[in-house]
Write a protein that binds this ligand. Structure first.
Ligand code: TRP
Length: 442
């Protein structure tokens, strides 16, 4: 058997996993769901879910991947059989669904790069910006074309394989995005009138928590960490045996959470400073940022660089989504890497069409008060925690101490919190996730 490709270095793996985690979820989704769900209280719930379920399950997924060196379906087959591979199939299906709408939003960032350069959005008149945005996403040609362009870019990276493509891109561009984010946070929090936004974001108002807030917060935690569908199993499968898992898991979770917190600090104070509506929904980041750039010295350049980096952040995340599906097709269905990539991409584009056309082009794709894209995103808020629920049960009750051995490299790496970790996987995570999902329905 051909040896499985490995990450080039520890830094490379952490950067690639962080590249998967940090994406549109942090910069596009997090600020607007926080805005829709009342600010500070939502932030606190999100952080709590990351701490309670996130860290433990990230470690669990990485360990399953490294132990089996397989895609999610193959991993569950190798470890247990029975009905457990269904968890892997659930992951692959969820991957298709996420990717189908992810490419649509990522496509918008491509248009924004062009808009920034052309000066189309160089105005402080937010209603004009909103207009440009709605016209863009409501069309029937560009939303589809841009999604296809983004999908092709993702295919290019994934065909290149993990080391050359994914790892190299993540190592340089992720730190650049981080620097850019810090600059914009400074700009945003020093705007006149930013305090109100800071208070909204940082001072929790618990009366705003409802069942749907809970679902949104747990969904966001899983989405942002790339958790609950086997993406981290897949990335872990390219890890060498010597890697120290607990440290890597903490790093990835820490970086992702930091970027989300910063993205909130970048968007929400500016929203209040410019008297925009924090509950505006999926357009929030795309409408708020241009106003900020329009008032910045050299805003055109900053704006272009920012959306270029956001494009790359989205790319490294989309790559991890596509990689799950591709690893499954290659390992389990015996396809070549190239045909697996092309097959998966075609299916995703087909599934993405209704999302792309639901923003104004086709009226019947808006139903029950929201668009097809909103429904797809909401479905993943449930599917990902569900995947996490089954993973926790599997790890806690089927694997148990065997996976502790894997995480600690058979006792070579200190894993002091092994007892707590196992307790979380056995009881806290399954019961907690089930409770949150049920409370969300009531
Ligand atoms: N975490 C990414 C983001 O925040 C999206 C993502 C990539 C993802 N891979 C995933 C979400 C796997 C869930 C599962 O943008």
């Amino acid at each position: 058997m051909q040896a499985r490709e490995n990450w080039g270095s520890r830094f490379g793996f952490v950067m690639a996993a962080a590249g998967s985690a940090v994406g549109l979820g942090n910069i596009w989704k997090f600020p607007y769901v926080t805005g829709e769900n009342g600010g500070g209280a939502f932030l606190l719930l999100y952080l709590a879910f990351i701490l309670i379920f996130g860290v433990s399950l990230v470690m669990a997924e990485m360990a399953i991947g490294r132990m089996t060196q397989k895609n999610p379906v193959g991993a569950f087959k190798a470890l247990a059989g029975g009905a457990w591979p269904l968890v892997g199939y659930l992951g692959v299906a969820t991957g298709f669904i996420i990717l189908s709408f992810y490419i649509v939003i990522a496509g918008w960032t491509v248009a924004y790069m062009v808009f920034m350069l052309s000066g189309e959005l160089a105005t402080t008149d937010s209603s004009q910006i909103a207009n440009t945005f709605t016209t863009l996403i409501g069309g029937s040609f560009w939303p589809v074309a841009l999604a296809v362009i983004f999908m092709l870019a993702t295919c290019g990276v994934v065909i290149g394989g993990i080391g050359k493509g994914i790892e190299r891109a993540s190592r340089i561009l992720m730190p650049a995005l981080f620097v850019m984010l810090i600059l914009l946070v400074i700009r945003s929090v020093t705007l006149p009138g930013a305090q109100e936004g800071l208070a909204f974001y940082l001072v929790p108002d618990f009366s705003k928590i409802t069942g749907s807030t809970l679902t949104a917060a747990i969904g966001q935690a899983f989405f942002s960490l790339s958790l609950g569908m086997g993406a981290l199993i897949t990335y872990g499968s390219y890890l060498s045996r010597h890697e120290r898992l607990p440290g890597s898991a903490f790093m990835v979770v820490g970086l992702d959470t930091l970027v989300a917190i910063l993205a909130g600090l970048m968007i929400l104070p500016a929203v209040f400073a410019y008297q925009l509506d924090p509950g505006a929904g999926p357009g929030l980041t795309f409408i708020t940022l241009p106003v900020v750039f329009a008032q910045m010295p050299a805003g055109t350049i900053f704006g272009f660089v920012f959306f270029a980096l956001l494009f790359v952040a989205a790319l490294t995340s989309a790559v991890s989504l596509l990689e799950v599906v591709v690893a499954w097709l290659v390992d389990e269905k015996g396809m070549s890497r190239k045909s697996a990539v092309l097959t998966a991409a075609l299916v995703c584009i087909a599934l993405g069409l209704p999302s792309a056309l639901s923003q104004g082009a086709v009226d019947s794709l808006v139903f029950g008060g929201q668009s097809f894209l909103d429904w797809a995103a909401q479905l993943t808020d449930i599917l990902l925690p569900l995947g996490g629920f089954f993973t926790a049960l599997f790890v806690g009750w089927v694997m148990g101490p065997r996976l502790v051995d894997e995480i600690s490299n058979q006792g070579e790496v200190p894993f002091k919190l092994a007892g707590l970790w196992l307790f979380v996987c056995r009881f806290i995570a399954p019961l907690g996730i089930a409770w949150v999902l049920i409370a969300g329905f009531l």
